[in-house]
Design a protein around this ligand. Structure first.
Ligand code: GRF
Length: 218
């Protein structure tokens, strides 16, 4: 049966677009039943509406506490009987209760090769550290920020002339390949998370996940 996906956004939503496109192309066996934004000016709302997807705007500033906001989201997600929650540039820390509720069925994409560079400014930090490679990680969400088990990493070489913006652009292109791939695995019941261990086709994945190397097609 087709999985029911909800995507949570705060901004541009280019990863949301990549998932919409992958579903249209038959690469993901799922339906996006809901897009929630916590920002009124998020361009991702327009992307979702253009694709005929139901959107809900929930502004966290209108709620007394983090948990109240999360409960409002939870209500919408439960009403839509969501199988998978996809965080795509959602710039809010989630409560432990919310994370626990969707344990093993909530994914995030982070622009670094975790466990390196949790948090913000990942591209600049990778350049400043003199790293030869950078990339993005798709991981299940746990209570630890950017700390959940990694399903896949897509690698990008850092060249001597890369600026922060150039590197961000290269990583973004990789994100648009990486995220749909992992979502497709989940929706085909090929990827599961048990006790913080990830299994792809019933085989235990290494701690840094499946590696999509430099030469894998963009
Ligand atoms: C991406 O860089 C992603 O890694 C991070 O937030 C950004 C979202 O970009 N979590 P977009 O809104 O999908 O374009």
């Amino acid at each position: 049966m087709k999985k029911r996906i909800a995507v949570l956004i705060s901004g541009s939503g280019s990863n949301l677009q990549a998932v919409i496109d992958a579903i249209d192309e038959g690469k993901i066996n799922a339906e996006i039943v809901l897009v929630i934004s916590n920002k009124a000016d998020a361009y991702g709302i327009t992307r979702a509406q253009s694709a005929g997807i139901q959107t809900v705007l929930l502004q966290h500033t209108h709620y007394a506490s983090r948990i109240d906001f999360d409960l409002a989201m939870l209500e919408h997600l439960e009403r839509q009987r969501v199988d998978l929650v996809v965080l795509a540039g959602f710039m809010r820390i989630l409560s432990a209760e919310f994370v626990r509720h969707f344990s093993g069925r909530m994914l995030n994409i982070h622009p670094s090769l975790l466990p390196k560079y949790k948090g913000l400014h990942t591209h600049q930090r990778a350049i400043e550290a003199g790293d030869a490679k950078h990339g993005c990680s798709v991981h299940f969400v746990t209570a630890e920020l950017d700390g959940g088990p990694v399903a896949l990493q897509a690698l990008v070489p850092i060249t001597a002339t890369d600026t922060e913006q150039q590197l961000q652009h290269k990583v973004h292109l990789r994100e648009h390949i990486a995220y749909p791939k992992v979502i497709a695995w989940f929706c085909d019941d090929r990827l599961r998370c048990t006790d913080n261990n990830l299994y792809l086709n019933d085989e235990l994945l290494p701690a840094n996940g499946f590696q999509l190397t430099f030469d894998a097609p963009y």
